[in-house]
Design a protein around this ligand. Structure first.
Ligand SMILES: *Cc1c(COP(=O)(O)O)cnc(C)c1O
Length: 223
């Protein structure tokens, strides 16, 4: 199926008035991205700053615009390159990173929207703060002048059966709801980013309103 048909299939399964679709374009070229944008996608997700830097001007040159979401782990030494381009950074998981984003955004006269990445399943191999660290870090971010905390992001462990990870999504939603209720100063806690190709329907059932989908749109990635 074509990229446009794949997107149409996904649009049948999600209510795009309630759930934002981020098309994950990592490892796919500019022409695939342009196809997705022409088919109604409004937001693209990259996991590497380098790739975002390379594609951003090409998309602009083609006369298209998109929201740029940085979804992968962000090293502090890449912040200076990421902040000018990113509309939403999904992967803030340390005080050091948050402060670096704040100072870079301040110099640009920008307020950077970010999500706090949480690691509910507590897998050693993944980034993100554990549930117990989410509140202290959220409080800290809420005090930064040039960063706006907009919600949470999580990457569930891979499973052949998405049902098996429903509890991870449930728990993340609960944490999201608790933090949202606190109404921390300077935050707009409105986005819960969870769900990928294999599990997005379960994630939405459990409260996700931002899903990051690559393979189901573009096919499998060549590395
Ligand atoms: C690659 C990636 C995705 C998309 O994964 P698919 O299984 O291809 O849909 C989503 N989120 C993050 C953080 C990713 O790195």
């Amino acid at each position: 199926m074509s990229i446009a048909q794949n997107i149409e299939e996904i649009h049948k399964k999600i209510d795009i008035s309630k759930v934002k679709l981020v098309a994950v374009t990592k490892n796919h070229g500019v022409s695939a991205m342009l196809e997705a944008l022409a088919a109604g996608v409004t937001a693209v997700g990259e996991n590497r700053v380098q790739e975002m830097l390379a594609k951003h001007p090409a998309i602009q040159a083609a006369g298209r615009s998109a929201e740029w979401h940085l979804i992968g782990h962000l090293q502090t030494n890449k912040v200076r390159q990421a902040v000018p381009l990113a509309d939403l950074i999904h992967s803030v998981d340390s005080e050091r990173l948050a402060r670096e984003i704040d100072s870079t955004a301040g110099k640009l006269g920008k307020r950077q929207d970010v999500l706090l990445q949480v690691n509910i399943a507590d897998e050693d191999s993944k980034f993100g703060v554990e549930a117990g660290q989410a509140l202290p870090l959220a409080r800290l971010i809420s005090q930064l002048e040039h960063v706006r905390l907009c919600g949470l992001m999580t990457i569930a462990p891979f499973s052949e059966t998405p049902e098996a990870i429903r509890p991870v999504f449930k728990e993340t939603y609960q944490l999201y709801s608790e933090l949202k209720l606190l109404k921390l100063a300077n935050t707009e806690f409105n986005w819960l980013s969870m769900g990928m190709t294999n599990d997005y329907q379960v994630a939405i059932e459990e409260g996700a309103n931002l899903v990051r989908i690559g393979t189901a749109i573009f096919g499998s990635r060549q590395y």
